[in-house]
Design a protein around this ligand. Structure first.
Ligand code: SAH
Length: 224
């Protein structure tokens, strides 16, 4: 699978991609990640890719032309790949979840368009992108973090991305985990913090029941 990321901050990606499971996946040729500097497709002297919004209002907006040129170039570079899709990150997009990540993992190539500033000329959504994705109901400063989040969520569904030791949550379930020591007493504390007894006894049927019960109980997640 190949990802083509379009961003005005291409350097954001290098350390994360070179230090994580991505590095291993790239080495194994499971994944290709190509970062494209949107400014390369500016025809303006100062490599400008944004302008003021029609109708007024604050901020700057990415122009449609450089994005169109960039996406055309990426499409030419990837024309041998069968299943391709163009994604725009947007606060108004469909909210990312595991089903969406799994669906997108079936493509051979994804182009990820990262907005900045006040956003992207709406004609990119209307005429260039195949879909718009939001990673949650909050506003970030750009699409770069969403691109990393989406790539990682998708890649975990690709065979071989996770080692044998990091199995899929889908199979594993979402349960809390503990490791040694079984009892920990902080220096300042009076009581020890104990691992649930059931996990220490080796009764696997009982452990499964416990894991299912605690994995599902989200109400415990705000602690104070
Ligand atoms: N006022 C604009 C804010 C744009 S934020 C708006 O409401 O859309 C700048 C860019 O960051 C967006 O174009 C988008 O590409 C990205 N972005 C910000 N928050 C995001 C989120 N929750 N999910 C996906 N992309 C996001």
């Amino acid at each position: 699978m190949r990802f083509d990321i379009l961003s005005i901050f291409p350097d954001i990606f290098s350390s994360y991609v070179s230090e994580s499971l991505f590095a291993r996946a790239i080495k194994k040729s499971l994944l290709q990640i190509k970062i494209h500097d949107l400014r390369k497709w500016s025809r303006e002297r100062h490599r400008k890719v944004d302008d003021r919004p029609f109708g007024g209002g604050p901020g700057m907006v990415f122009q449609v032309e450089p994005i169109h040129r960039a996406v055309e170039a990426i499409q030419r570079q990837t024309k041998k790949l069968k299943r391709r899709r163009i994604i725009l990150f947007s606060t108004r997009g469909k909210k990312l979840d595991a089903n969406t990540a799994k669906r997108l993992s079936k493509y051979d190539q994804l182009t990820l368009i990262c907005g900045r500033y006040e956003g992207v000329d709406e004609r990119v959504a209307d005429h260039i992108a195949d879909e718009e994705i939001s990673i949650g109901d909050y506003v970030l400063s750009g699409g770069e973090l969403p691109a990393l989040v989406l790539m990682e969520a998708i890649s975990r569904f690709k065979k071989g991305f996770l080692g044998t030791r990091e199995s899929l949550e889908e199979i594993k379930g979402f349960y809390p985990v503990y490791t040694r020591p079984a009892s920990f007493t902080p220096k300042s504390g009076k009581r020890s913090w104990k691992v649930p007894e059931v996990l220490l006894r080796g009764n696997h049927a009982a452990i499964d029941v416990w894991r299912r019960k605690y994995g599902e109980d989200a109400s415990r997640r705000i602690h104070a």
